[in-house]
Structure formats: C-alpha cells, structure tokens
Design a protein around this ligand. Structure first.
Ligand code: ADP
Length: 191
C-alpha cells in the first residue's frame, strides 16, 4: 500500500496518518516530524531546515527529496508507506514518481483532507500551547496556509488526473474523519 495524505496545515494529517498506517501495516512517514527531530538533535539537516520552518516556508526540494529517498529505502518501507507532508511541490511529485517506479510499484491513493482555513488557525494556536511548536504563531500559520495554496494545492489536480484522489471532509471528530477515510479506501475500520 502506497498512500499520500494531503491537506492544509492543521488539517489533522498527523493524527489520521498514524491510524491509517497502522491499519495497513506500513510506516507513516511525516517529513515535518523528521525535520523537527533533526532540529531538536541539532543535526546538519536540522540546521539547514530550521530557518525555513520557522518562517513557514518550504525547505528546498533538494534537501527534502534526499531525506525522503533515504527514509523510503529503509527496510520497513518495503511493503509500502503512508506519506504525510510529502510531496508538497511539483518537483517533489516527479521525484516521488521516480522513487516508486524504481521499486516497481504504483501509488495507490491520495487522501486529501479538506478543512475550513479559519477554524484551522484556532486549532493550530491551541496546538502551539500544548506542543510548543515554534511555527504555530498566527503570522507563520497564515504564511504556511498561503504557501500551501500556492505550491501544494495544485498537486491535487495532478493526482486527480490520475484518478486516485479521495477528498475527505476533515472537520468534526477525529474518529468520524477516520471512518470517512476508511470508507473511501473501501476497508472496514476496526472499531
Ligand atoms: P504543517 O502542520 O504546516 O502541515 P508539517 O509538520 O507537515 O506542518 O511541516 C512543518 C514544516 O516542515 C513546513 O512548514 C516546512 O517548512 C517543512 N516541510 C515539511 N514537509 C516538507 C516538504 N515536503 N517540502 C518542504 N518543506 C517541508
């Protein structure tokens, strides 16, 4: 199973990614989480990524692509993976196509979570208080939403053209959203 989870900042991708990935027995790979881990460990990759993340900008494609390629090459990703936060640019779509083609597999589905951008700002400001993410300030949240609209939203059209997009209402209770995703992916959720 090779899945992509897309949606604007704060759509709840991370929460849903863990549940879906567990169901399919594949790793949930979150580029945001990998970057944050590198920042907190002070690695060279973290040093490269931090200023972009704090400004709400995307980390350059070359950096992100290399990191994802290395992660997908790990043995646990051989049966498949769920990507959360990648691809986010057209260049990353092409790169991912190459990586998947190389393994002789195909992308199975792209799940897009749709949300109300204004409600999302609230959610993210709340998260700032509990998780202490440095990019969850109002200005940076708005910038992340803008960058998403400019650079990432157009990717939905690309994947729609391939007939693999499932658009899911991401508002409401976490469990309800999960159920919608499983219904769309045609599986019976274990409740
Ligand atoms: P969000 O809640 O904004 O979707 P993430 O945790 O997925 O946040 O990502 C946090 C930050 O990490 C992004 O704002 C960006 O700077 C960087 N990042 C994550 N994934 C990518 C990517 N695929 N390409 C470039 N930058 C990325």
């Amino acid at each position: 199973m090779r899945l992509i989870l897309m949606g604007p900042p704060g759509a709840g991708k991370g929460t849903q990614a863990r549940v879906i990935a567990e169901y399919f027995g594949v790793p949930a790979i979150s580029t945001g989480d990998i970057f944050r881990a590198n920042v907190s460990q002070g690695t060279p990759l973290g040093k490269k990524a931090q200023e972009y993340m704090d400004a709400g900008e995307y980390v350059p494609d070359e950096v992100t692509n290399l990191m994802v390629r290395a992660r997908i090459d790990e043995p646990d990703a051989e049966p498949g993976f769920l990507l959360d936060g990648y691809p986010r640019t057209l260049a990353q779509v092409e790169e991912l196509d190459g990586m998947i083609r190389h393994t002789g597999h195909e992308l199975d589905a792209v799940v897009v979570l749709t949300v109300d951008p204004n409600e999302i700002v609230e959610r993210l400001l709340n998260r700032a208080q509990t998780d202490g993410r440095t990019d969850d300030t109002e200005d940076v949240i708005r910038r992340r939403q803008e960058v998403y609209g400019e650079q990432t939203e157009p990717l939905i059209g690309v994947y729609r053209g391939r007939g693999i997009v499932h658009e899911i209402d991401g508002m409401g209770e976490v469990d309800d959203v999960t159920k919608r995703i499983f219904d769309a992916l045609d599986v019976v959720s274990q409740s």
